[in-house]
Design a protein around this ligand. Structure first.
Ligand SMILES: *Cc1c(COP(=O)(O)O)cnc(C)c1O
Length: 395
């Protein structure tokens, strides 16, 4: 993969960071809770094929993806014993491939359940099903009124089904705003679990939690958690991080106020300065009038623009690191390049390293570092990093 020779930027993945994040998450889990690492969105932009061996070497034994295509990529590189689960899109016919390859998958529609049973019969092999139920997110999941039919089908076809999971997803566990909604969802989910069990249908694993739920609502951990963002070294939201710190005695009166970061960024994304120039006071920089020099300035261009995954929404907002200093992206991000303010950087020149994500000793930047309010942007910007940026694993 990614055997291109030339590129305007490069990504490195830290094996030790993966190990540390896995260790941190596992410490937060109750005994016997299985950790499933979520690899959707090209592993949050990190690269599925590159990240799978890193998770495996950190002793992660279950991986979750969105689609059959992503499962296919995982299956090309994973160890035989590593379990894979599809949480989202597959054509009904693709359930055949999944059953053949021991890939677990969500069912949230009768059609997919029937297709799974059909192919399981034909292959003479059980389909590993995760029944997703609606509890209040209103996205996917069987509605209450369909549960009878689902359970009947499952009972009638017991020999073709392995009831691997009963699951749901919370509508925003990363913000206290959604507290009541999430608590309602937990209650509803538990009722549905009881209903299945009363019908003699006992799932191998109950699972509901993403990163934020696993951290902030420990009762949601159940038998398995589906953790994405934390494993890559980012918090689901600033709020989740603050809640974590408080629960560990930081930031309360009289207690340690020093911010401790237990997670390590797995990815570092770097490029180089392509050229440096001076701009007189009063001049506009870049397209249009979005940035005006309020004093004599030194600016630099970096060959990474929105076509390369640096979002245009970071215009006049983003931060990058140059020579150990955090500097601002100014003016609009262009298709192929961005302009940064290096007025305060001494001896800066062409070829100097620019860090878009990662750290240089003490200073670090995240994709959303310009405003921690928009941590949600981390998910979007990470997963939009182009697949063809070369990725290299480092220790
Ligand atoms: C994305 C996703 C997760 C993981 O979410 P994080 O916030 O990254 O931990 C878990 N479950 C489902 C269904 C998801 O779509």
């Amino acid at each position: 993969m990614n055997q291109n020779i030339f590129s305007t930027s490069s990504i490195t993945l830290s094996k030790s960071a993966v190990r540390q994040n896995v260790r941190f998450v596992k410490k937060k889990l109750a005994d016997n809770v299985l950790l499933s690492a979520v690899l959707k969105g090209n592993a949050y932009g990190h690269g599925i094929k590159e990240i799978v061996p890193l998770f495996e070497s950190a002793n992660v034994k279950h991986l979750s993806v969105f689609s059959t295509h992503e499962a296919e990529l995982v299956c090309q590189v994973k160890k035989k014993t590593t379990e894979v689960m599809i949480m989202g899109w597959m054509e009904d016919e693709e359930t055949e491939w999944a059953i053949e390859n021991d890939v677990e998958f969500y069912v949230f529609e009768i059609g997919r359940l029937e297709a799974a049973i059909h192919f399981a019969k034909r292959l003479g092999k059980k389909a590993k099903l995760h029944v997703e139920v609606e509890t209040g997110m209103n996205r996917t999941g069987f509605e209450q009124e369909h549960l009878e039919e689902v359970m009947d089908l499952m009972k009638e076809n017991k020999e073709y089904i392995s009831f691997t999971g009963l699951c749901t997803h919370y509508a925003g566990a990363e913000s206290i705003t959604n507290y009541i909604r999430v608590v309602d969802q937990i209650k509803k989910y538990k009722k549905i679990c009881d209903l299945f069990e009363e019908n003699g249908l006992v799932p191998k694993r109950k699972h509901t939690a993403c990163s934020a739920a696993a951290m902030s609502y420990p009762e949601t951990q159940m038998d398995m958690v589906r953790i994405g963002i934390l494993l890559y070294g980012f918090w689901p939201s600033q709020e989740t991080f603050i809640a974590y710190q408080r629960s560990n005695g930081h930031g309360q009166d009289g207690l340690d106020r020093k911010v401790k970061h237990p997670l390590k960024r797995v990815m570092s994304w770097r490029s180089k300065i392509m050229s440096v120039k001076e701009v007189p006071v009063g001049e506009f920089v870049g397209y249009g009038t979005s940035y005006q020099a309020t004093k004599k300035m030194k600016i630099a261009t970096v060959p990474v623009g929105y076509a390369y995954g640096f979002a245009r929404s970071l215009s006049n907002q983003g931060r990058v690191i140059v020579n150990g200093k955090r500097v601002a992206v100014i003016s609009t991000v262009n298709m192929n390049l961005m302009i940064i303010n290096v007025t305060e950087c001494k001896n800066v020149g062409k070829g100097d390293e620019v860090i878009m994500i990662g750290s240089n000793g003490k200073v670090n930047v995240t994709v959303a570092s310009f405003g921690e309010l928009s941590n949600q942007l981390n998910y979007e910007l990470l997963s939009r990093l182009p697949m063809d940026i070369p990725r290299k694993v480092v220790i």
